[in-house]
Design a binder for this molecule. Structure first.
Ligand code: GLA
Length: 359
């Protein structure tokens, strides 16, 4: 028997670096996918056509040399902890239309996809939250990336044409309709981000320190309180804390603006989020800032900002009309300035991981 599953990538409209601080995020799944084909077998084996690599493996705590293989193995290894019966071996073929390492959660897409697929094939009684939590645990503990819950929740729980407001403090979530929402275009800076590398974890530690010094959850803090603690926090920790407190509020303001269909306001909040990620959280790069600045001057653009962990990756562009022609020009200037070829494509908000039938 062969089973095919489709697992999306995600964008995040607003709420960056808030999830691991018990804050709000507003992601959505996009119509770029990881496709997983499962075939029953007498051993575990996986092949990725994107990387042109194959591996045979057993389900144990031992790490493989190839990072991608650890995503596959780690997902299954952690799933076994929550399942009473042994998991039958499969041959798993991976291919994707989702760019890898572009800040669109290709790793969560793969891990959630694998756990969801096995839970369906084996008729395990796991709901979508559970699937996301297991994938999150596996990415933290097996792969060693200390990410928050946003990506796994988005990939697992998303619905077509909706954003998901996630309260990362307790995992509560609600759907926010994106009916009538303007166009969304993704610009891939082609600057590879590497979450496992230092920057992300340093920011996490700085935030934890702020919360510890102030003695409160970020959600209970006001900007005035953070301002009053500037000296004892020290400049860097103060800046990180201010970003988190203001970004949480921006997520709530964005929800109101979406409900009012006030796209100018949504764009304004998106721009403010970028400014804060650049100046306070300091996770943007020269390449990303060049692109965001240029895009934000376009007449038909409501707002653009970096998405995801930062240090490269992608930009979300919210616009009234098609931005393709302008992006073509910006792309040429970007190439002249940095010698890098950026990519861009429109996206639609899609549904979470699911089984599909090939026609
Ligand atoms: C990465 C992580 C998420 C989140 C974002 C920043 O995408 O995987 O959990 O922390 O960075 O908002």
């Amino acid at each position: 028997m062969t089973y095919v599953f489709r697992s999306p990538g995600r964008i995040n409209l607003i709420g960056e670096h808030t999830d691991y601080n018990g804050g709000y995020v507003l992601p959505a799944a996009i119509d770029k996918y990881t496709y997983l084909t499962f075939e029953e077998s007498d051993h575990f084996e996986s092949h990725t056509s994107d990387l042109g690599k194959s591996i045979k493996f057993s389900i144990d705590a031992r790490k493989e040399k190839d990072t991608w293989a650890n995503y596959v193995k780690g997902a299954i290894f952690h799933l076994t902890k929550y399942v009473k019966k042994p998991i039958r071996p499969f041959k798993i073929d991976i291919s994707s239309t989702l760019p890898i390492g572009a800040g669109l959660s290709s790793s969560a897409s793969l891990m959630v996809g694998i756990i969801y697929a096995i839970s369906k094939i084996e008729k395990l009684d796991l709901d979508r939250e559970r699937v996301a939590q297991i994938a999150h645990e596996a990415e933290n503990e097996f792969v060693g990336v200390n990410c928050g819950i946003m990506d796994q929740y988005a990939v697992s729980l998303a619905k077509k044409d909706t954003f998901i407001l996630i309260d990362a403090l307790d995992g509560h979530y609600e759907y926010v309709s994106a009916m009538g929402f303007p166009r969304i275009t993704i610009v891939d800076s082609a600057v590879k981000h590497e979450l496992a590398s230092g920057g992300y974890n340093t920011r996490r530690n700085e935030c934890a320190r702020a919360s510890e010094i102030i003695g409160m959850q970020f959600r209970e803090m006001t900007v005035d309180l953070v301002e009053s603690k500037r000296k004892i926090l020290g400049e860097n920790v103060y800046k990180r804390a201010k970003h988190v407190v203001e970004e949480n509020q921006r997520v709530l303001d964005t929800i109101s603006a979406i409900k009012d269909k006030n796209w100018e306001k949504v764009g304004d909040l998106v721009k403010k989020s970028h400014e804060s990620l650049k100046n306070l959280f300091e996770v943007s790069t020269d390449e990303i800032d060049f692109l965001v600045d240029r895009i934000n001057t376009l007449e038909n653009v409501y707002g653009a900002r970096m998405i995801g962990g930062g240090f490269g990756g992608s930009i979300i562009v919210i616009s009234k009309s098609d931005v393709g022609t302008h992006l073509k020009e910006i792309s040429a200037d970007y190439k002249r300035q940095f010698g890098i070829e950026m990519k861009y494509y429109p996206v639609k908000l899609s549904s979470g991981v699911r089984k599909i039938t090939l026609s």
